[in-house]
Write a protein that binds this ligand. Sequence first.
Ligand SMILES: [Zn+2]
Length: 347
Amino acid sequence: MRDNLPVNALVVAALVTLSVPGPAAIAGGPQGKPAGSATLKAASGGDLQYRYERGGVSFELRSRERAFTAAEAVMVRDSLDSLPVAYLKKAWQGGARKLYRDDATPVRPWTFLTGENGADACAVPPAPWSYIALGDGVFTSADDCYRILVHELGHAVQWNEAGYATVTGTPFTPISWVGNAEPVMGVKSHNGFVTDYARTNHREDFAESCLYYWLAPEELYRVNPAKYQYMRTKCFGGEVSPASARRKLKAIAPVAPAIGSLGATGGELGDLVAVKGGNFMGPLDGGFNKVRFGGKATVHLPASRGLVYAFVPDLPQGEAPVRVTTQDGASHQAAFSVEGEPWWKFW
Ligand SMILES: [Zn+2]
């Protein structure tokens, strides 16, 4: 990346302190950082096990269904160390105050806000919760912990933009989404997302964009330059990740509309044909669908992203293959033949 500034993160890492009054101390720097650049100190009493402090923000590592092991606390510290203070500060302001260690199933008060049933972690930024819950799966490896934390902190960063109004969207939302409020939001395109999960809703899109901005910025830039710019200026304080903070993540390939099958392979003028497939634009989505029979555009009605109804247009008898086009491209042509003339055309 041409504006890579590796020095910044090294300076930032050197400013890190992890401290809480307590007996046990674990020397930091297992990931090649200079020894002594960070210290992890255990807390004593209650569920507060560790406190991570840096640049005026403070994250509490608290036991809940389980307790953090020392190794897990180090994973959390190293993950946070790899991020710029600007990002941590926005996440903290957005409500990421406590990091709870849960078991296999992180606890969330509302699935509505987190929507990640079965996930390894969840973010619940609004007060009085103001936490990120970390399950067993977070600590499978240091890289898993890093990726998951960057994503979950991203939810708090977005919450910082709008609070409860996040459900109606934040300034980030219009890049890929249309509609006034969840759940009645649609996409402007099926492309421009780094992962399939980012297409779930504008909140996951935001969190996944945070993840890719820091860990694989060239991938985010390739897929969606507007999201890259947004992340850089609005979420990461203009900082670009050093090579040590990056990981080999690959964004998903672009998709185009596809026809799986037609409700009928033949018909006459005015017949309604169900066009089944994928990556169509649904009723809530932006963008457009065009349905053509033998190259002739026709009236159509989208029922979902996988089903569009189209009327057979006025065409002479014969082959009239069906094709769906959206802003994302064109499907292949599905075989269809116009059969005869409708009875009323003989009047
Ligand atoms: Zn998420």
